[in-house]
Design a protein around this ligand. Structure first.
Ligand SMILES: [Zn+2]
Ligand SMILES: [Zn+2]
Length: 373
């Protein structure tokens, strides 16, 4: 027979304990014995014991088995002792394991509190501005530390001791856990854990310590940025609560506006060029303006076909680290005039014989051959 302690006894709950009784009991033990936190000499084994008991009893099927057979489960069930029990501690503590451990007054929590929030701002740019680094200077309405109270939320920064917690910033609360009473320490709600409250609340910020100010910001959008590229400006975000601690960061997310004719594929720029039948047959150079400021010469070779592409090397966008430049890729498309006058109709009729296939069957087969090559 097993000499193991009864699981209910381990958790300190009765046989008819509810799911939440079990959970609370385990939490209490986890706080007490978690190896990362506990000073108790046998914390490790105590924690494992509690973990195992909780893993079994919190699973209704296993609990039923345990209630019937005790530790010596039937064949195939393998008993409960073997292997580790994985309990998602973060889940159990609502994703806030360590602050639960510290009873709310721990360092992880307070350090998180004393940093202001990050702010995300979108900034739209033209594709053409991405050929080179782009220095931007603009004014934005951003939360800043209130000047009247220096972010404290109190007139002249004058604070008085919070009477609720006597300046401790923390209060003790008694929580009932099944048959147990437990004392937990949490942040004082009246002073948000500061221990002090404003003697009189600052009118300019309503006690928040923050006001929205038009603020000048300067940043550089690197050449080759794309929609979604984020720039981080350290400590330019929301000020820390109560004017104590680090400000958050200001994140600027780049949004590249649609270009009138280019589509982008990383550093390559893709466009289509409608050209006449004569342009395809005889060849032609079409010169257009380009995003880099220099004219772009598109050289259509003679005997080109609608659907052919022309690559113009290194006239696309630079890569983010400026190592290389992409290409411009031009897709040729046959331009269809909306209307043709009588004279043109006559000319096209004259051209028909010399420009259409002599034999369609031959042409079809030849084209298939080219396509399959
Ligand atoms: Zn207080
Ligand atoms: Zn203020």
């Amino acid at each position: 027979m097993s000499s193991k302690r009864d699981y209910y006894e381990v958790l300190g709950v009765s046989k008819d304990a509810s799911e939440s009784d079990l959970k609370n009991a385990f939490r209490r033990l986890a706080r007490k014995y978690h190896p990362d936190r506990s000073q108790e000499p046998d914390a490790d084994s105590k924690f494992k014991e509690a973990q195992e008991a909780y893993a079994v009893l919190s699973d209704s099927q296993k609990r039923a088995q345990y209630d019937r057979f005790g530790h010596d489960g039937p064949q195939g069930f393998g008993g409960f002792g073997g292997g580790g029990f994985n309990i998602n501690i973060e889940d159990l503590f609502g994703g806030d394991f360590f602050s639960s451990f510290f009873g709310g007054g721990g360092s992880s929590r307070s350090s998180r509190r004393s940093r202001g929030n990050d702010i995300l701002m979108r900034h739209a740019v033209e594709l053409s501005s991405l050929v080179e680094d782009n220095q931007i200077e603009l004014e934005a309405d951003l939360p800043t530390s209130c000047k009247s109270c220096e972010g404290t939320g109190a007139v002249n920064g004058e604070m008085i001791t919070c009477s609720t917690c006597n300046g401790q910033g923390r209060v003790r609360k008694v929580v009932r856990t099944g048959p147990f009473q437990q004392q937990v320490i949490t942040d004082c709600e009246d002073c948000s854990g500061r221990g002090k409250i404003p003697k009189s609340v600052c009118r300019d910020c309503g006690g928040t310590g923050k006001t929205i100010e038009s603020t000048k910001i300067r940043f550089t959008i690197p050449a080759g940025s794309d929609t979604g590229t984020r720039l981080r400006m350290r400590s330019r975000g929301e000020p820390a609560p109560n004017g104590v601690g680090e400000s958050g960061d200001l994140l600027i997310e780049v949004e590249v506006l649609e270009h009138p004719w280019f589509e982008r594929n990383n550093t390559d720029l893709i466009m289509s060029l409608p050209v006449g039948y004569s342009d395809l047959v005889l060849g032609r150079t079409v010169t257009i303006e380009h995003i880099d400021g220099a004219p772009l010469d598109i050289k259509i070779p003679k005997n080109s076909n609608s659907g052919d592409t022309i690559e113009i090397k290194r006239r696309g966008l630079p890569s983010m680290r400026g190592k290389y430049r992409g290409d411009v890729i031009v897709l040729l498309k046959l331009f269809m005039p909306k209307k043709v006058n009588k004279l043109v109709k006559k000319q096209l009729e004259d051209m028909r014989e010399s420009t259409s296939p002599d034999n369609f069957m031959e042409a079809i087969k030849h084209d298939a051959k080219l396509r399959r090559r």
